[in-house]
Design a protein around this ligand. Structure first.
Ligand SMILES: N[C@@H](CCC(=O)N[C@@H](CS)C(=O)NCC(=O)O)C(=O)O
Length: 327
């Protein structure tokens, strides 16, 4: 794990000393948008027109943020239009790499061995973290965006005029409610598991755990009467929640110490997780070998032996029974 300073790689772990042992996530750096006509989006610069074959995603199958973008790519039928490279699950001294391994898809575009070489290909003086996902533009040979919440919005609508599958996962009428749910789920759960797992003081850990389980309890209630977070339609809020839930019992309960309850202990949340897993296209985006091996083998400050637990036994293909919730 490390970061780039002025284009040079430095191998350093997260610095929690200045924040009382708390893990504080940095904002992503590349914030432009692909749009139907190439006009600028809400942030960044213009010039990124939606065209089949022009864009590429760099992802990790372990990473919940990158996982969002893979699911949205599938839901929108963009698999042929947007190519993908997959990094190796192990993230150590050199950060993400393209070392050989099952499920790794090498970088056929920039021929990078290390993900930080993709960042310096875009900006030779880049300073900051080297994270997945990355949306790359083959035409301008640069990074368009490396913020998953924005990449999924791009995939949701920018390619609609050039052959994307129908479906709007951020519909106008539901935006306020989606934004409100996203805000709570992001802070306490998507990022909450990291705040818990990367905390280096007892206080910082406990500060993350209480709101995390309060949110899971709240979601359990909400999903008792609704098939999806917003009712009977699948939205980006579900995609964003799912990538944390699917990792929870396998990784966050043990490795990140989020162990008051498991998702398996919540009847509605666990059935909801199976429902989404069984949604067309989604199971193929889930890779437990990358997920488990990434966390347990990479974070040696948390798990010095690198031993990967064998369990838990889970069956996401079991019936979920949630069709009955649709009016
Ligand atoms: N805000 C970013 C976060 C992405 C992120 O933190 N990805 C992790 C993997 S799960 C990563 O690449 N970490 C490497 C690092 O922090 O050095 C997003 O949502 O796209």
């Amino acid at each position: 794990m490390g970061l780039l300073v002025d284009g040079q790689w430095h191998d350093v772990w997260y610095d929690t000393a200045a924040s009382g042992g708390r893990f504080v996530r940095k904002d992503s750096a590349f914030r432009s948008f692909v749009t139907a006509d190439g006009s600028p989006g809400p942030t960044g610069s213009g010039g990124f027109k939606a065209e089949p074959g022009r864009y590429h995603l760099y992802v990790s199958l372990a990473c919940p943020w990158a996982h969002r973008t893979l699911i949205m790519r599938t839901l929108k039928g963009l698999d042929e239009m947007i190519s993908v490279s997959v990094v190796h699950w192990l993230m150590r001294e050199q950060g993400w790499t393209f070392a050989n391994g099952p499920g790794v898809v090498p970088d056929g575009l920039n021929h990078a061995q290390l993900l930080h070489q993709v960042y310096t290909a875009a900006d030779p003086r880049y300073s900051g973290r080297v994270t997945v996902p990355v949306l790359w533009d083959k035409a301008q040979r640069t990074i368009v965006n490396n913020e998953s919440s924005e990449i999924i919005r791009i995939l949701n609508s920018a390619f609609d005029g050039v052959g994307a599958a129908p479906g709007d996962y951020y519909p106008h009428a539901l935006r306020d409610e989606i934004d409100a749910i996203n805000a709570r789920v992001y802070d306490t759960l998507n990022n909450g598991v990291y705040k818990s797992g990367f905390a280096t003081t007892q206080g910082a850990y406990e500060e993350a755990i209480a709101p995390l389980f309060a949110t899971l309890d709240w979601l359990e209630d909400r999903l008792a009467t609704r098939r999806f977070l917003l009712g009977d339609v699948l939205t980006e809020a579900d995609v964003r929640l799912f990538t944390t839930l699917i990792r929870f019992d396998a990784v966050y309960v043990g490795h990140f110490k989020c162990n008051i309850r498991r998702i398996a202990d919540y009847p509605h949340l666990s059935a909801y997780t199976r429902d989404l897993y069984q949604w067309p296209g989604i199971a193929a985006t889930v890779n437990f070998e990358h997920i488990k091996r990434h966390y347990y083998e990479s974070h040696r400050t948390i798990n010095p032996t690198g031993i990967v637990p064998v369990g838990p036994q889970q069956d996401f293909t079991a019936p979920h029974g949630r069709e009955r919730l649709v009016p």
